[in-house]
Design a protein around this ligand. Sequence first.
Ligand code: BT5
Length: 267
Amino acid sequence: MDSLGLRGRLSDLPLGEIRSCATIGSTNDYAAEWAAQGAPDLALVAADEQTAGRGRGQRKWFTPPGAALAFSLVLRPKTLAAVTRFSGLGALAVCQALQAFGGETACVKWPNDVLLNGRKTCGVLVETSWLGNALSAVILGIGINIASSAVPPDDWPGHHERPFPPTSVEAELGRPVERFVFLRAVLERLCDWYPRVGEEAFVRAWEGNLALRGEWVLIYSGDSDPLEAQVLSLNGDGSLNVRLRSGEQVSLRDGEIHLRPVDSSSK
Ligand code: BT5
C-alpha cells in the first residue's frame, strides 16, 4: 500500500517500512494497530486525507485532501528516553526543516506545536503502546499545514479560538512548497536526531528553538485556574522549567498543558 508513491522518494532514508494511502481515519490509529502486528522501528504511514485526525485529549485535527502532511512513525526506542522527548523530536525536526526552507522564525511551542511567524503550522501527537509494564512502541504523529486549504475554517466544528492562530507553510513563506519534498526534509532531520534523542545535545537543540523563552505565560492544565509563570528552560526528561510569581521554580510535564502569553489571556 503506497498510493502516494512515497517509497521511491524516501528509499534512501533509514525508515523501517513505508505505507501510504489516499484516505485514512487517523494515521496514529493505523500506526498503533500496525505496531501491535509487529511494525518495525521507524515504520512510516502517511495519508493524503484524515477523516478522524486527532489532537490531544478529545480535540480533532483537520486534514483535508491535497493540502497537508499527515503521517505517523512507529518507534521502538532501544534506550528508554522520557516519552516527552519524542514530542520534541517531531517538533524539532519540523522546526529545523522550516528554517531550512527559509522560515527563520520557526520555533517549538512546548510541548507539541510548531509556530511560524507566531502561528501554528504543525501539531505533534505522541502516544505509547505497552505490553504489560514494558513500552512496546512510541507512535509519533505529525500534522503539517502546507497549502492554505489545510487551515481549518472558522466554522469547522473542531475550531477553537486560540492565541496562536492556524496557518500554512505556503502562506507564511509566501511561495509554493511541494508537500513531499518538505516531508523528506522533516524525515531527514527526524532520522538524524532519533538515535541521539537520549543525549543532552538533543535537549539543548530543542531548547534553543523554544518559543516564549523568558516570557510570562499563563499555564492551563485541566480545569484548575491558570498559573502565571515565566518560561525558563528544558530539563533532560523534556519537562519545562518555569518560575512562578512567588519566585518558586517548578517543572511541567507533558499532558493536557497549554501555554498562553499573558497578554492574550482575554482572547
Ligand atoms: C495537536 O493537538 O496539535 C496534535 C495534532 C497532531 C495531528 C497529527 S496528523 C497525523 C497524526 N494522526 C492523528 O490523528 N494525529 C496526528 P492539540 O495541541 O490538542 O491541538 C488540537 C487543536 O488544534 C484543535 O482543537 C484545533 O483548535 C487546532 N487544529 C485542528 N486542526 C488544525 C490544523 N490543521 N492546523 C492548525 N490547528 C488545528
